[in-house]
Design a protein around this ligand. Structure first.
Ligand SMILES: N[C@@H](CCC(=O)N[C@@H](CS)C(=O)NCC(=O)O)C(=O)O
Length: 218
């Protein structure tokens, strides 16, 4: 039986889960919701997820939302006996991955990329971005990426294969590139360290990456 995966193109949270489903080779049914059409607030979706957010999955009648609990569930449900893991290794190695995930979520996204994207893309029509907020969030992105660069353990954040932390980081670099493309004056692309640029190229080269890329960003 396939897992239903409710997704919205461009959501960094949902993108994490799509990469993870592919990595684990989980059979899933992609259900794309349109933010423009307010699909997340329609009664049929709210009946599944009262918080009306993507990502949401339904596995044999069990509905789950919040990207990080979803990653942990998918790993336990499909990773244990499958071809790949999201949280591989010993107890301390798995704890390290959870720590990276938490830090990427809290600092890089929460205080950096999310703040910058809101400031540049999601303000009311005609309201100018606050340049102090732009500079501060870019500094956060720069320092968080410098820290993360040192966490690479080979080609990926936990070694030879990508893990949950890679799939939480990947949409953030996707967003940094997107912001740089649409708002070059932000100069945010310049703060990505060399080793993470190379890491991002390896992520982009994964056989399933391309289909997860937001179509309206092409
Ligand atoms: N903390 C949540 C955040 C999910 C989230 O914010 N989803 C947004 C898109 S980026 C959403 O579905 N918004 C639609 C709505 O609130 O109706 C997670 O990690 O999954």
């Amino acid at each position: 039986m396939k897992v239903d995966f409710y997704h919205g193109h461009g959501s960094p949270y949902s993108w994490r889960v799509w990469l993870a489903l592919e990595h684990l080779k989980v059979p899933y049914e992609l259900k794309v919701l349109s933010f423009a059409n307010k699909d997340t607030t329609k009664p049929e979706f709210v009946a599944i997820n009262p918080r009306h957010q993507v990502p949401t999955i339904v596995d044999e009648g069990f509905a789950l939302w919040e990207s990080i609990p979803i990653l942990e569930y998918l790993d336990e449900r499909f990773g244990m006996d499958g071809p790949a893991r999201l949280y591989p290794g010993t107890e301390s190695e798995r704890a390290r991955i959870r720590l990276l995930v938490k830090e990427i979520e809290g600092y890089l996204r929460g205080e950096g990329v999310g703040v910058l994207a809101r400031e540049l893309f999601f303000k009311d029509e005609g309201v100018q971005p606050d340049l102090e907020v732009v500079a501060k969030s870019r500094d956060v992105i720069a320092s968080e990426l410098r820290l993360l660069e040192r966490k690479l353990k080979g080609p990926f954040l936990c070694g030879e294969m990508p893990c949950a932390a890679d799939f939480v980081l990947a949409p953030e670099l996707g967003y940094v590139n997107r912001i740089q493309f649409r708002k070059p004056e932000s100069k945010v692309g310049e703060v990505v360290p060399e080793a993470l640029r190379a890491w991002h190229k390896r992520i982009e080269a994964l056989p399933f990456y391309d289909k997860t890329f937001p179509p309206h960003w092409r």
